[in-house]
Design a protein around this ligand. Structure first.
Ligand code: SF4
Length: 311
């Protein structure tokens, strides 16, 4: 293990830096090495807190895994088996979150801990949550079975990349590793398609993410951008959007990343080794909006429970 994290940039970490630099410090630097049983307790805790997951994130990752397996193993569309499997995994995750806190604390990578159970802000047995999750899962799977991408796959394609077993895809800008995790990339009739499976609602960030994937394809493969199609498959809405980008548009994205790297470097005392300045240099931006779903409120001295109760 290196003493400091690798020099890298991702859109999600960049958003965290804009929202609350202190949360970014916890997620990026304080947690580093917290998987080691001999690390200081606050470091261990910061690492654990990065592993908290929300119900929506958990469902999203289950659907992504299911789709990746379904495509690579060319499995048939068996919605009952899929619903059963995902339902069982959900039950296991709920049980793990409620009953296995000690095990999770020792080994947070191997157990699931739901944010809402850890911070006790939602009772999962109240209301119709179980039924709602099942309905949503069914809708997402049905829309996947009816998706334009699956129809394309069924008529014959060549898989270039598929997001399985944490093979995080990346490219480089100014010596920084830029993470841009492509869900699915394939070739058909001389064209390249990059697909992002979306399990939530549309967001203003969707387009920027597509541009990052296009930049990844442009930098890592010798591909003519005229033949590259970027697709958002909105599984919740049963709809898709297809885009193409020019080289000039992608250079704008690259320049934007360079500007953001400069901002990120302001917080480093050693840019070569990626050593951060002290914790207090990263300003905390407490607010109802920022703190409500922050993973680090347990270790953040700026967090105040009153923010949440005032909502
Ligand atoms: S609890 Fe609030 S102030 Fe503290 S790190 Fe999280 S978002 Fe920032």
């Amino acid at each position: 293990m290196t003493e400091y994290p690798e020099k890298s940039w991702s859109f999600s970490k960049d958003k965290l830096l804009t929202k609350c630099p202190r949360a970014y410090y916890y997620a990026r630097f304080l947690m580093w090495g917290g998987w080691d049983k001999n690390a200081p307790e606050r470091v261990r805790k910061a690492y654990r807190l990065t592993k908290l997951t929300t119900i929506e994130q958990f469902l999203g990752s289950m659907i992504h895994d299911y789709i990746a397996n379904n495509i690579t193993a060319l499995k048939t569309q068996d919605i009952h088996t899929a619903l059963n499997y995902i339902g069982k995994e959900f039950n296991k995750a709920v049980k793990s979150s409620y009953k296995m806190k000690k095990e999770w604390e020792q080994n947070p990578k191997n157990y699931i801990m739901f944010y809402s159970i850890y911070y006790k802000n939602r009772n999962l047995f109240e209301g119709n949550l179980g039924k709602d999750i099942k309905e949503k899962t069914k809708l997402l799977l049905q829309n996947y079975y009816n998706s334009r991408t699956l129809k394309d796959i069924q008529s014959g394609i060549r898989i270039i990349e598929i997001d399985r077993e944490n093979n995080f895809t990346s490219f480089f800008v100014n010596n920084y590793k830029i993470y841009s995790i492509v869900d699915f990339m394939y070739e058909k009739n001389g064209n390249t398609y990059i697909v992002d499976w979306k399990t939530g609602k549309r967001s203003k960030d969707d387009e920027f993410q597509l541009k990052l994937y296009a930049l990844y394809a442009y930098k890592n493969y010798n591909i003519d951008l005229n033949n590259v199609y970027l697709i958002n498959e909105y599984l919740y809405e049963g709809d898709f959007e297809e885009r193409k980008y020019t080289k000039e548009e992608l250079l704008e994205v690259e320049n934007y990343i360079k500007e953001r790297i400069e901002i990120m470097e302001y917080y480093l005392k050693d840019k070569e080794k990626n050593i951060p300045k002290e914790e207090k240099t990263f300003p905390a931006r407490p607010s109802k909006y920022n703190c409500k779903w922050c993973n680090f409120k347990e270790i953040c001295p700026e967090y105040n429970e009153n923010f949440i109760s005032q909502i």
